[in-house]
Design a protein around this ligand. Structure first.
Ligand code: 5GP
Length: 185
């Protein structure tokens, strides 16, 4: 049986990565993670091939031209995309694949795979989101501002998703998502 495609979106800084890590602790969910490709520079704690495949703009454009990406989008000056072959190979093995992607890419996947389980993670408030983005302390002020204004726009698309989950705490958000995944079989 083929695995399920799961999309987890939400504004930058909402805590998608932390919730994702919590979900992966639960082996019974049978989750595989699709590592994205990006032209963004790695943050100090990030590793190539683990957090992302970090590539040049030319390499990225080649992947687009060769139709190797399931979806891709530009986000605050950088490109991000999902390599298609890896996702397909996991799904064929019956593994549920989690895509942690922003909304433009998510809309592309929804159009191609309407059966995908789509979840939008929201912060308890926009003030809390700003606190979380600033708490990361890895971005310059202009990048923080760009991500905040992007966040407000992204929040407006949450109704396109099948489920909206509030990230009050990592444990509660992960639990709600686990319940959703189990209820969907
Ligand atoms: P960050 O630079 O903070 O790692 O990611 C910026 C945004 O890009 C986040 O919302 C993240 O979920 C999203 N993102 C990461 N990988 C992909 C991808 O493969 N495709 C798309 N469309 N968005 C992605």
């Amino acid at each position: 049986m083929s695995g399920k495609l799961i999309i987890l979106s939400g504004p930058s800084g909402v805590g998608k990565g932390t919730v994702r890590a919590k979900l992966f602790e639960n082996k019974s969910l049978n989750l595989g993670y699709s590592i994205s490709m990006t032209t963004r520079q790695p943050r100090p704690n990030e590793k190539d091939g683990v957090d992302y495949f970090f590539v040049s703009n030319d390499e990225f454009d080649k992947k687009i031209a060769q139709d190797e990406l399931l979806e891709w989008a530009e986000f605050v000056g950088n490109k991000y995309g999902t390599p298609k072959a890896y996702v397909d190979s996991l799904l064929e093995k019956g593994i549920n694949v989690l895509l942690e992607i922003e909304v433009q890419g998510a809309l592309q996947v929804m159009a191609k795979c309407p059966e995908a389980l789509t979840i939008f993670l929201v912060p308890p408030s926009l003030e809390e989101l700003e606190r979380r983005i600033r708490g990361r302390r890895t971005e310059k002020e202009e990048v923080v501002q760009a991500r905040l204004s992007k966040a407000a726009k992204e929040m407006a698309t949450k109704d396109e998703y099948k489920f909206v989950v509030v990230n009050n705490t990592v444990e509660q958000a992960a639990q709600e998502i686990e319940d959703i995944l189990k209820a969907q079989g």
